[in-house]
Design a protein around this ligand. Structure first.
Ligand code: COA
Length: 260
């Protein structure tokens, strides 16, 4: 497929997806969200792709937020639809993919940018990165999952502070708070993400998908994460990967897992 605002490359079963609108600091308008939605689904369905890294073009920004120019004149109903569509098409979609997604935060990750990074399964930041949810400074609130996922990652008190003050935090503070897994120099950002991805590639893609679903279940209202774990633990016993993984261990050899 053709994605005018994205660049996609694949190497060693790892896809690198770059949001490419640097003149607007990679801000997310509808077009970019639609392209990201289609592209993430395509990569998730690609049996060769076992991990996805998402980053922003240029050295300044991962994503500087939802496109403010686009929604500045929206009505109440349009605002609701914008948020609901975004959840559905991109933010919930990324979180519930079967393929692990690593957010490579290479600069500003603000508003929808931080929300996209928080929808990823893990995050690495470059030392110049700045993160925040500045929506209340615009008279609106985070609308792409930020009011929920920030508290899950950093705790309710710090999330309240970040959201109500609308202030950005630096990469080292984000690391201290558990918002990002690592901070590295910008020149090493993608290598660090590839190193994490390499650790993922050795393991069963089916078991990884089940495990991520079980982890996510515990963060959803109305879903019992323990019950989901029991169900998926059982399901795993019915997979080829389980037979191969346990057999390989008993035969003292490396497991050869099939694709997704
Ligand atoms: N939506 C739309 N356009 C955006 C944008 C956004 N979220 N963030 C940046 N841009 C645009 C700017 O309007 C500017 O476009 P222009 O050159 O046509 O005027 C371009 O990207 C470069 O941004 P600029 O503000 O000139 O860069 P800067 O280095 O001075 O400041 C930021 C960088 C990130 C601090 C600043 O762009 C900013 O505050 N952006 C908005 C962040 C935000 O509130 N996001 C949450 C949205 S809900």
């Amino acid at each position: 497929m053709n994605y005018p605002h994205l660049t996609v490359s694949k190497e060693d079963s790892i896809a690198l997806l770059t949001i490419n609108r640097p003149e607007k600091l990679n801000a997310l308008n509808r077009e970019v969200i639609n392209q990201l939605s289609d592209c993430f689904q395509e990569l998730n369905n690609d049996s060769e792709v076992r991990a996805i890294i998402v980053t922003g073009a240029g050295e300044k920004a991962f994503v500087a937020g939802a496109d403010i120019a686009e929604f500045a004149n929206y009505s109440v109903e349009e605002g609701k639809r914008l948020s609901a569509d975004g959840h559905d098409k991109l933010f919930d979609l990324v979180e519930s993919l079967n393929t692990p997604v690593i957010g490579a935060i290479n600069g500003f990750a603000l508003g929808g940018g931080l929300e996209l990074a928080m929808s990823c399964h893990m995050r690495v930041a470059s030392s110049n990165a700045r993160m925040g949810l500045p929506e209340v400074s615009l008279g609106v609130i985070p609308g792409y999952g930020g009011t929920q996922r920030l508290g899950q990652l950093v705790g309710k008190g710090k999330a309240m502070e970040m959201i109500t003050t609308a202030q950005m935090i630096k990469a080292d503070e984000a690391y201290r708070l558990g918002l990002v897994n690592y901070v590295v120099e910008q020149s090493e950002l993608l290598d660090k993400c590839r190193e994490i991805a390499a650790g993922i590639l050795k393991n069963s893609p089916i078991a990884i998908a089940y495990a991520m679903k079980a982890v996510n279940a515990g963060f959803r209202d109305g879903v019992n994460g323990y019950e989901k774990e029991i169900e998926l633990f059982g399901e795993a016993f019915g997979t080829e990967d389980f037979k191969e993984g346990t057999q390989a261990f008993l035969e003292k050899r490396k497991a050869e897992f099939k694709g997704k």
